[in-house]
Design a protein around this ligand. Structure first.
Ligand code: FE2
Ligand code: FE2
Length: 335
């Protein structure tokens, strides 16, 4: 049944009249506004503004792509891990990241965009993913620095997303955060062991932290005054804290942990300002951030080439799965 159309709201002067909105849209908007005001959850079949849906599809799919591309720097080290135990742990961690990608693609699909479309956007270079995965993993100690700093930054960013207003996203994040916390601990433990090893091992750990510190801080995104979409995301209860607030939290967390590790953070300006209650850290190179996001980072081309190759290699699996699904459907039809 077609929804009744309401009269457009008359506007003053030469302004174009506001577009007509159906009664269904008006009621839907009222419901949506109430749910957001109550800090409750929007579910897939609920009415939602087109811009809310679009923002979520973009954010969740970028997050999914990051999990999938993020497998690469660490997967490269599985065969070179120093012991069977380390290999098993690293393999489990990389598999977790694949799982995170899958939960997130599923959450994005509930908003009406199929996974194939999202995947194609990544393969075509049209979709973004986290800048951090375009940096190389040069040594075994990088597995420690990635786990400690990169998964640590991911946790700081993602724990508040467990309360995101879109139900499927928030629920996926609960499981993901539990696993990220294991990832962060395994990274910390790698660095702890290296920093208590030979002087060369300690140096290797320090070098890894030196290279990953600034890129990890940039994972929270540009400073608040240069982050135009944040305000709307916060108003919709998708995002709960600003980029700078989350970065602050993260810095406060790693300062104490670095002491336990016996490693230093490569930041000459790092100090806690008692007056403002803020951590002061060095100026980050936002031009570098923009370059890496735009595809000009040290490993962008390599990461995308590997992803396309893996997609090609997986063609037979998708074909087999499709053939199996068709067969199952026929069986159900025949029953
Ligand atoms: Fe993850
Ligand atoms: Fe992780």
């Amino acid at each position: 049944m077609a929804a009744a159309k309401l009269q457009p709201v008359p506007t003053a002067g030469n302004e174009a009249p506001a577009p007509e909105r159906s009664a269904e849209d008006i009621a839907g908007q009222a419901y949506f506004d109430r749910i957001i005001a109550e800090d409750s959850r929007i579910e897939p079949k609920d009415w939602m503004p087109a811009a809310y849906r679009k923002t979520l599809v973009r954010q969740i799919s970028q997050h999914a792509h990051s999990e999938i591309i993020g497998m690469q720097p660490e997967a490269n080290w599985i065969t070179r891990a120093p012991s069977l135990k380390r290999k098993a742990i690293l393999m489990a961690k990389v598999q977790d990241e694949a799982g995170h990608g899958l939960y997130l693609y599923s959450a994005a699909e509930t908003l009406g965009t199929p996974r194939d479309v999202l995947n194609q956007q990544l393969l075509d270079g049209k979709a973004k993913y986290s800048s951090i995965f375009n940096y190389p993993a040069r040594s075994w100690a990088d597995m420690g620095a990635i786990g400690w700093l990169v998964d640590g930054a991911a946790i700081a960013n993602q724990v508040p997303l467990c309360r995101a207003s879109y139900g499927p996203y928030g629920r996926a994040m609960v499981r993901i955060c539990k696993e990220e916390s294991f990832h962060q601990r395994q990274g910390f433990e790698i660095l702890l062991e290296l920093s208590h090893g030979t002087p060369e091992q300690k140096q290797m750990a320090q070098d890894a932290v030196d290279r990953f510190y600034a890129p990890a801080l940039m994972m929270f995104g540009p400073p608040d005054d240069d982050s135009p979409n944040s305000k709307q995301s916060m108003a919709w209860n998708i995002k709960r804290f600003s980029n700078d607030e989350l970065r602050q939290r993260f810095v406060g967390m790693i300062v104490e942990q670095a002491k336990v590790l016996g490693l230093t953070l490569p930041d000459p300006e790092l100090r806690f300002d008692e007056e403002t209650g803020q951590w002061i850290h060095m100026e980050l190179d936002w031009q570098e951030f923009k370059d890496v996001i735009a595809g000009r980072g040290p490993c962008n081309a390599q990461r995308m080439a590997r992803r396309r190759e893996a997609h090609e290699d997986g063609t037979w699996v998708r074909e087999a799965a499709r053939a199996y699904a068709e067969k199952q459907l026929k069986k159900v039809g025949a029953a």
